[in-house]
Design a protein around this ligand. Structure first.
Ligand code: LLP
Length: 426
């Protein structure tokens, strides 16, 4: 089922008209489809049905409580990287025994909170961290379950800021170091090895990096077993790419074909940590055109959303389809392939109001003619969009709504000017 589609010249979000939503809640406005969120979880479950699988939603992709609550309701656990994310999981009554905690900089306070919450495992990124967790656990009279995060030295074809599996990055430990860690874990009294973890990047569009990563993990698993260390969990990480453009990423079944047999062979239970796959294409950002300005040879379409609302194009050259909410649909599958010479088309830069040259959503983009006051939809805006938004230029953050069975419900109020200064002291 299509959750965002054009019918009779109007964009519908699970049946709700985008123009009505913008009218009622104002812009910029994030619109989520609850059934899209649920559908993505089910797609993964189906593709990986042969595994004993725990899906831990990567909260960083979209931390909204209502979004997390949908995943809790679908039986997911959570992949967290901070005490703040753990706080959110607890707020929605998530099962903290289904929480995995990654990240290279866990503080003592965060380790304490996670031990109190009896999380499933800490993903270990360095020796100092391993020793710190042991120490904090000892002070509490607990034994911390840990998974070694391996850095398999795999390069991934994605933006360089989203590649995490090569040796040059700060993530994980190389296999020689990990072997040494086995001895340390054996000595330490208050940590116990329960898993191995890998996460080699984000927006991975083909299955191959998973296959080569897991082959290296399987070899290391033998090292663990030779050392008589039992490993219950294999955490394969997240990273499954999505279609920002048509047919850009492999399907869940393709990823599963690379992952399932390899994990099955190990006899381990599996964790997946998808973020983008679950939320990316489950939301759009609606923005109102404020001005259309001619600048030299260019036409600038200036919107009321900016890089403070959605920083992906500015930070990663991220591509998002953009199309008017009132247009003769359907939206072309691959907007990039459009030719400006085509019928009734213009070529524009879509930009925000922020005082930064990089505040550009799209350069040289082909659109139907756009006028001041028109509503534009920025697609694939569920992941790393609101969660990376800020108050830069003292702009209140956007409103978020979720559509359930065709009915909208606000899941985050638009911030006010007062919200901007709430923690400031003069
Ligand atoms: N697990 C770990 C340890 C991670 O670091 C991440 C993402 C995930 C899981 C989830 O990855 P996903 O399934 O969403 O690809 N801000 C960037 C993406 C950064 C990803 C950070 N780590 C963007 O906007 O594309």
């Amino acid at each position: 089922m299509k959750h965002f589609e054009y019918r009779n010249g109007a964009l519908l979000c699970d049946g709700a008209a985008a123009t009505d939503l913008a009218e009622e809640y104002g812009t910029p406005l994030y619109v989520y489809s609850e059934s899209a969120l649920r559908g993505q979880v089910r797609k993964l479950r189906t593709a990986f049905r042969e595994l004993d699988l725990l899906i831990c939603y990567a909260v960083k992709a979209n931390f909204n409580l209502a979004v997390c609550d949908v995943f809790r309701d679908e039986g997911c656990g959570f992949d967290i990287v901070s005490g703040g994310e753990l706080f959110r999981v607890k707020k929605i009554g998530g099962d903290t025994r289904k929480v995995v905690f990654a990240g290279v900089g866990k503080t003592k306070a965060e380790i304490n909170e996670a031990l109190d919450a009896d999380i499933l495992m800490f993903n270990i990124e360095s020796e100092s961290e391993l020793r710190r967790i042991d120490q904090v656990a000892r002070e509490k009279g607990k034994v911390a379950p840990v998974a070694l995060r391996l850095n398999p030295d795999i390069s991934v074809n994605t933006h360089k800021y989203m590649a995490t599996g090569s040796r040059e990055t700060k993530f994980g430990v190389d296999l020689a170091t990990a072997t040494r860690f086995l001895g340390i874990i054996d000595e330490l009294r208050n940590v116990r090895l329960t898993g191995l973890h890998v996460h080699v990047g984000s927006q991975i569009e083909t299955p191959e990096p998973y296959a080569s990563t897991l082959d290296r993990v399987a070899a290391f698993l033998e090292t663990c077993r030779d050392a008589e260390m039992e490993v219950e969990w294999l955490d394969v990480g997240g990273g499954f790419g999505i279609d920002y453009r048509a047919d850009q990423a492999a399907a869940p079944d393709d990823f599963a074909r690379a992952i399932v047999p390899r994990v099955k062979k190990t006899g381990c239970r599996a964790v997946l940590e998808p973020g983008r796959f679950l939320v990316g294409n489950s939301a759009i950002l609606l923005t109102r055109v404020q001005y259309v300005k001619q600048q030299g040879d260019k036409t600038m379409v200036i919107c009321d959303a900016g890089m403070n609302d959605l920083i992906r194009p500015a930070l990663y050259d991220g591509y998002h389809q953009i199309w008017p909410a009132a247009a003769d649909g359907p939206m072309p599958g691959d907007q990039q392939a459009l030719n400006a010479d085509g019928e009734n088309r213009i070529r524009v830069d879509v930009v925000g109001p922020i005082c930064e040259t990089g505040d550009i959503f799209a350069s040289d983009r082909v659109l139907p003619p756009v006028e001041e006051g028109d509503l534009l939809a920025i697609f694939s805006a569920g992941a790393y969009s609101f969660s990376m938004s800020s108050n830069y230029n003292s702009r209140p953050r956007a409103c978020e709504v979720m559509i359930t069975d065709g009915a909208p419900r606000m899941i985050r109020e638009r911030e006010t000017y007062e919200d901007l200064i709430v923690n400031e002291i003069t």
